[in-house]
Design a protein around this ligand. Sequence first.
Ligand SMILES: NC(=O)c1ccc[n+]([C@@H]2O[C@H](COP(=O)([O-])OP(=O)(O)OC[C@H]3O[C@@H](n4cnc5c(N)ncnc54)[C@H](OP(=O)(O)O)[C@@H]3O)[C@@H](O)[C@H]2O)c1
Length: 311
Amino acid sequence: MSRLPPISRRSFLAQSTALTAASTLPLGALAQETMITRAIPGTNEYLPVIGMGAPDFFYEATEEGSEIPKSLIQTMYDMGGRLVDTPAFFRPDPPVLAGYMQEMGLHDELFMIGKITVDGKEAARQHLERTSASLDKRPMDVMLVHNFRDMENSWPVLKEAKAEGKVRYIGVSRTNDVSNEELELFMRTENPDFLMPGYNMVQNQHEERILPLAQDMGTAVVVVEPFRVVDDGAYFSVTAGIDLPEWAAEFDCATWAQYALKYIVSNPAITCVVTETSKASHVADNMRGGYGRLPDEAMRRRMSEHFLSLV
Ligand SMILES: NC(=O)c1ccc[n+]([C@@H]2O[C@H](COP(=O)([O-])OP(=O)(O)OC[C@H]3O[C@@H](n4cnc5c(N)ncnc54)[C@H](OP(=O)(O)O)[C@@H]3O)[C@@H](O)[C@H]2O)c1
């Protein structure tokens, strides 16, 4: 594990309103800390353990304008986050997000993931090119084939793009609809750089074989759907009105969002988890899940049992 440079006091104070709702630690204590990072296996490149997903308004200009999207990105960045995922069915016109990143001076700082969701080699090549152009990322940091779609064509295109230096890392995303056997065979034969599964205390079908295999093989794992319990975000309907157990303080957890996220990133196979939200206060809350102590294995079991008793 390594640490990024500490958050500056100015940046920290700039979003302290959002933080107040998210943390019970005194301001001075948090300002000294940095977010936990994990290496992309086999490299010296480190990613902060909490990243951000992709609300639609990152990609389509809305009447509300750029204020909210920019405040979400800035809050993530100020609190040490770097990874931004893009939606699976991102049709990247016009390049709204690239403009925001450039206006904010963060363009080169963020680590971005795109997906291939088209059929045929030529369509896949064009989709990769459009994604890269619209995000103004050359090379793209990561491109994933979404849900094994047209793997016969999409995967060779990604391998070719990596060999040509158009993309740095390649892999597959949202693999919960693919059987574990198929995924394992793919991992063993193709050795992808990245895997993007759904994973949380309820959605844990990859825990026994796939996540340990990823760890053994040196595959980075970016988790999605941290708050999905049947439906997106439904985790919070389960926890609404219920106090956190007192023992959550033992791993520096102040909110139910942090409880879910600390459970995920305390699995040693996980490189990063992305969350989606439309509120800067929730970004701050979620980023805080990457700070402080993490639960050990016994505590993880206790967390899971406790949460499942509430469902
Ligand atoms: N492989 C794939 O292609 C794939 C598949 C699914 C998802 N994803 C990625 O994963 C990201 C995560 O999205 P998800 O769909 O899995 O959603 P999620 O992050 O599990 O949940 C999002 C929901 O949780 C709420 N929320 C977030 N933080 C909160 C907090 N601190 N307190 C209370 N409520 C909170 C949000 O509401 P508010 O807006 O009110 O905060 C929203 O309703 C997506 O943006 C996408 O980038 C990728």
